[in-house]
Design a protein. Structure first.
Length: 260
């Protein structure tokens, strides 16, 4: 469950040792949602004189419409939150500077992941509320709301560990347009926390027939992102329950170019 944060630290340590972004990033491994790349970017941002200028070029070698590029811009979002001491509005504003909508969205996605997963003792954020676990999603511009609601379940499950079925029901409280996004986020977070037992994650998704498709999509998506490859997904599809195999196969087909 902690692998993404741990790989972040390996990336940060690598940059500290080499003091060179290009040299550090060439050792990148996509394992655990590219946490290594995110850590390198975070540490790189802490050492450059002008982060606003740096974010313009740090991922320019990649396309935001491909997996590595998406992860790079997502890592920028993490890095901006570290750099700004979890100033979410400032970080989102800097993400908005990207002209490419895919890059801006990936960057914002990283910002929200960092915010909702923040340790309130070690790296607190002002942009979480105990009496409104969807905050600050309702305050976001329309083009970033989906990325925000996708990560809101992380906050719910941090406060209600292992209560996955309850998290699915909690998604009913999301504004109607984002209920399915929240459900997808529950499937994603449940898979992150049970990556070695995907069948148990599927069984949770099956407990609520109204939400099964989006929940399964979330679990399959994060499985692909965890490994940075569709190959593990192709092995997962055949072991899923009959209706979910088609969801899995369609997902694999749809994202083939993204992972090339």
């Amino acid at each position: 469950r902690s692998c993404h944060a741990l790989v972040h630290e390996i990336g940060r340590a690598t940059y500290n040792k080499l003091q060179n972004f290009a040299q550090s990033i060439k050792d990148n491994d996509s394992f655990c949602n590219s946490g290594f790349m995110h850590g390198v970017i975070e540490e790189h941002f802490s050492s450059v004189p002008n982060v606003e200028e740096e974010i313009k070029t740090v991922c320019s070698q990649y396309s935001a419409d491909k997996y590595l590029g998406w992860e790079c811009y997502h890592g920028v979002g993490h890095g901006l939150m570290i750099f700004s001491n979890n100033d979410l509005p400032k970080s989102i504003e800097m993400c908005s500077a990207y002209q490419d909508s895919s890059a801006a969205s990936a960057c914002a996605n990283g910002v929200f992941m960092e915010n909702f997963g923040s340790d309130q003792k070690l790296h607190p954020t002002q942009f979480l509320k105990d009496d409104n676990l969807f905050y600050p999603c309702e305050d976001q511009k329309n083009n970033f709301k989906s990325d925000c609601y996708l990560y809101a379940p992380t906050r719910y499950l941090n406060l209600h560990p292992n209560n996955y079925s309850e998290a699915l029901n909690w998604c009913n409280d999301t504004p109607e347009d984002f209920v399915e996004t929240c459900v997808e986020g529950v499937g994603s977070q449940t898979m992150k926390e049970n990556i070695n037992n995907p069948k148990s994650v599927e069984s949770i998704c099956l407990q609520n027939s109204d939400f099964t498709k989006k929940c399964v999509s979330g679990m399959i998506g994060i499985y692909a992102f965890h490994y940075g490859s569709l190959e593990p997904v192709s092995k997962l599809c055949p072991i899923l329950a009959e209706p979910n195999r088609k969801i899995c196969e369609d997902y694999t087909t749809r994202l083939k170019k993204f992972f090339e």
